[in-house]
Write a protein that binds this ligand. Sequence first.
Ligand code: GMT
Length: 373
Amino acid sequence: MKIGIICYPTFGGSGIVATELGIKLASKGHEIHFISYKTPFRLNKFLDNVYFHEVEIPHYPLFEHDLYTLALTGKIIDVIKYEKLDIIHAHYAIPHAISGLLTKNILKDSKIKLVTTLHGTDITLVGLEPAYHPLIKYSLEQSDAITSVSQYLRTITEQHFNPDKKINVIYNFIDIDEYKRNPCSDIKHIIAPNNEKILMHISNFRPVKRVQDTVRILSEVIKTVPAKLILIGDGPERSDTEKLARELGISEHVKFLGKQNAIVDLLSAADIFLLPSQSESFGLSALEAMSCGTPVVASNIGGIPELVIHDESGYVAEFGDYKRMAKYVVNLLTNEKKWTTFSSNARKIVEEKFDSNIIIPKYENLYYDLLSE
Ligand code: GMT
């Protein structure tokens, strides 16, 4: 099949999922055409069957705002026409699914099929903006197929938009051969030379991630267990989080590493992964941690409990209840047998439910079904 993938190229779960999906499909012989305003950051080497098409946005003094949606539509039309695509797959409803629909309407005689994958905030945040609500509803009803990355996201989409179309849940996935605990990682000894336990968090530091709660959790944990907190990523909450660590007098226990690429080695050094988000349709970083055998302590919101099984592979608590999360962390860090069981349970859940070898065929079957209609 020839598939066009429309996604955001920057750090962020939806772009990562879209890029990894394209890479896996290409390795199975499909021809993949990524369309975005920048090369997706995970597309960092030559790969057979993979092409990238950059959307150029024309500027004109009359346009106070760039017309990305229209420029994207023009580029999709171009790629469909000249590369003879069978499917376009939009990741994130706004504006990708809208551009996809516009394309379909313009190319009336084409047999192109549009798949829209919902990732979370396109429904729970952006989708609730009154100006965008009718657009999202239209894009859901007019796409040839809709997928969502968790059961939770399907339910909330049905509640808010009541689309007259089935939503297929296809969970996010991971390459379990790439994301596995690396016992040789010497990062642990560098970060914690006195054998302190390591708590870790990775995100884009947006307010919804509640990064400051990770510092509050650490301040509780170190009352009983010597520990360090490693924060990976960057974003708007970083300076306030640094300030909080200073105010609590624990900044020597907190390391801000910024954006990093050696995620597997870093996760292999972690004893606990923290994800205290206020909203999370899935929680891709928790999946990466679990695949590396790191138990997760998280909030019990959104799609998180679909992967972090409470009292089995980690713990979940009410969002904002950092004291309870800290208790769960201490409980795991002071019970080696329990930690080992949770670590292997976490890996097992990933192998059984979220392995890319299980999930990618679900997307392929969806495409084949559409093409045979
Ligand atoms: O968080 C966003 O604004 C969008 C998106 C992204 O690109 O990071 O995140 C969502 O998609 C991820 C991949 O499917 C999910 O793992 C995240 O849980 C989800 N974020 C939220 O729901 C807040």
